[in-house]
Write a new protein. Sequence first.
Length: 168
Amino acid sequence: MSRASDAGAAPRGSRADKATSRALVGTTVVDYFAVVDPSDAGRMTYWRRGAGGLLKQWPPKARYGPILLRSGVPAGLAGQARQEWIAAWFERHSLPWHAAIRESIAADPDSGRARFAAFTSRCCMCGRHLTDPASKVYGIGPECRDGWSADVLAHMAELIARTHAERS
Ligand SMILES: [Zn+2]
């Protein structure tokens, strides 16, 4: 049974309904990426890009990147000097780190998606768990890959395979 033919019967707000409206609009509402931590090659970071194009860490409560602890601020500083020290710290550590994440995703989004799917066994477009073998090979679930060309799916499968090979 094709999703398109039964979508009309799906209750509003259901998964099928949402997937159909996404396919009809023809745009990606969200997608997911995995990027190696720019300051720690042994660590993977996960990102979700929403409809507005804003990149957010995933899962939502994850903390990635340089973290300034209260104890990391020199004890002798107070008032404006303290604020300036903290602002300078963020400029020196956080800004370049986040820029590196954005650049990595922009340079090769498909590899970022493939890494996300391979490392999490979740769909790189909607974040839902992948269950069937074909979806795991493509890194994308049946609803999200509806209408994708065989060439693009083959490319995704190749990227997923490469990610798996790198892990082993
Ligand atoms: Zn999906």
